[in-house]
Structure formats: C-alpha cells, structure tokens
Design a protein around this ligand. Sequence first.
Ligand SMILES: Cc1cc2nc3c(=O)[nH]c(=O)nc-3n(C[C@H](O)[C@H](O)[C@H](O)COP(=O)(O)O)c2cc1C
Length: 153
Amino acid sequence: MVDQIKILVSTMTGTAELVAEEIADALSAKGEEAEILLMDDLGADILKNGAAYIICTSTYGQGDIPDNGQAFINNLSLASPDLSGIKYGVFALGDLTYDQTFCNAGNLFDAAFQKYGATRVGDIIRHDASTGELPEDQAAEWAEEWLEKLRAA
Ligand SMILES: Cc1cc2nc3c(=O)[nH]c(=O)nc-3n(C[C@H](O)[C@H](O)[C@H](O)COP(=O)(O)O)c2cc1C
C-alpha cells in the first residue's frame, strides 16, 4: 500500500475542488484518508516516493491547465524529479464541445508524471460537462475503483 494519498486540484471555477471533496469522502469511507491541496503554491517537492496522488483538473483556454496549476507543471519540468516511486490517478474535467482540446489538461499532467517515471493506476477518467451529468456524481464510484486498483498495484 502507499504511505499517503494527496489530491492535487487545478481549477478555474471550483468544480474540480468539489470533485476532490467527493473523492476524499469516498476514500475515507473505504478507510483511506486523503488530503486535498489546491495546486496554487505547490512545487515538485510535494511529490514523495511511496505516496499516491490524484490529479483533479479542469481544462481552459486552448486546452490549457487552469491558472492555479500552471506554476506546478512548470516547476515539474524545471525540477525533473524522479517520480519512479509514485503512483497516481487522473480525474479530468472538460467539455466535449471543445472537441479538439477535450480534457487536455488531464493529458498534460499525465504526460508529465509519465515522463518522470510515475506509474498511473487505472485509466484517466474524462468527465464531459456537455452531458449535464455532474462530475461530483461520477467521482465516488471512480474513487472506489481507483482505490481497489491502487491496493492491487
Ligand atoms: C472559457 C472556457 C474554456 C474551456 N475550455 C475547455 C477546453 O479547451 N477543453 C475542455 O475539455 N473543456 C473546456 N472547458 C470546460 C471546463 O473544463 C469544464 O466546464 C469544467 O467542468 C470546469 O471545471 P472547474 O470549475 O474546476 O474549472 C472550458 C470552459 C470554459 C468556461
């Protein structure tokens, strides 16, 4: 198992933070406490071997990472950390109306974590806001499945 789980949130209007809270509640109900951190002031030093992370991010602009996550991903490429002892999952929020850039921020974080050797647990979930289904309503089920995969990993 992992030492700890942290949920790292990149959001423009707060929806991804609501999703993170649902995920944390679902993990807690299964006996795993998870800490939620907005990415604003985070750098690569937050990423510790032996821990697991859930990236919870929306997408804005031309497939961009929200403003509060930009410094974190820039810091990752500057620091080039060894993430080979890290497991992670990605909950990406987007809107398929933006079909060229659908959930691209999730892809960007995934690519960065892969580049530095981290191991993704499960597939990236991509929530489509155009369906009208709330992402919070998908979060608990996804989190329970993700935790099972993490425990088996
Ligand atoms: C101005 C604007 C631009 C957006 N651009 C994209 C995009 O390029 N790709 C995408 O998948 N979703 C895009 N979205 C949809 C948001 O990612 C989606 O609504 C998400 O649920 C918002 O989450 P947040 O409140 O955590 O920021 C955009 C939304 C707005 C308002």
